[in-house]
Write a protein that binds this ligand. Structure first.
Ligand SMILES: [Zn+2]
Ligand SMILES: [Zn+2]
Ligand SMILES: [Zn+2]
Length: 148
């Protein structure tokens, strides 16, 4: 896998014709200001890389998710959204998701309190189920200001 931010530089220098789809997708996600669905990623790939099919996009996203580069989560509209995973607590955030229009709001509020509670919960769960917890995901579903 590409290390650090190297793939970004490499991407700029090279044509996507011979760039691995995963690098192109990582680049698309790194420039996205919001969470993207596979179809949106596909659409923004299409202009630059018409050779990449939707199936490849799905398969690549699954791979990137397994490798921990990308986080996948469900929006209320039945389409999974993807975002680039940052490292460390600086990037740690969760989501408010509108189940009517699919709007996704990142939030970092109460992060200190949350981490304390989550740490406690994780320790207990890990012990009880002999399970190594690597990450967690908190989503609140509801209606945004426009949909209320
Ligand atoms: Zn958290
Ligand atoms: Zn809404
Ligand atoms: Zn997010």
């Amino acid at each position: 896998m590409p290390g650090g931010h190297q793939w970004r530089h490499r991407f700029r220098e090279n044509a996507c014709r011979w760039t691995m789809p995963r690098e192109v997708i990582l680049d698309v996600l790194s420039r996205a200001s919001r969470h993207m669905s596979a179809k949106e990623i596909y659409a923004s790939l299409y202009a630059a890389c018409p050779g990449t099919g939707l199936t490849t996009v799905y398969r690549t996203l699954e791979l990137l998710q397994r490798l921990g580069f990308v986080r996948k989560f469900d929006a209320g509209d039945g389409q999974s959204r993807y975002e680039l995973r940052g490292e460390g607590t600086q990037d740690h955030h969760h989501h408010l998701i509108c189940t009517r229009c699919g709007k996704i709001i990142d939030f970092r509020d109460f992060i200190e309190e949350e981490l304390e509670l989550v740490k406690k919960t994780e320790d207990a769960l890990a012990k009880k189920h002999n399970f190594q917890i690597l990450d967690h995901n908190i989503e609140f579903l509801g209606l945004c200001d426009k949909c209320r």
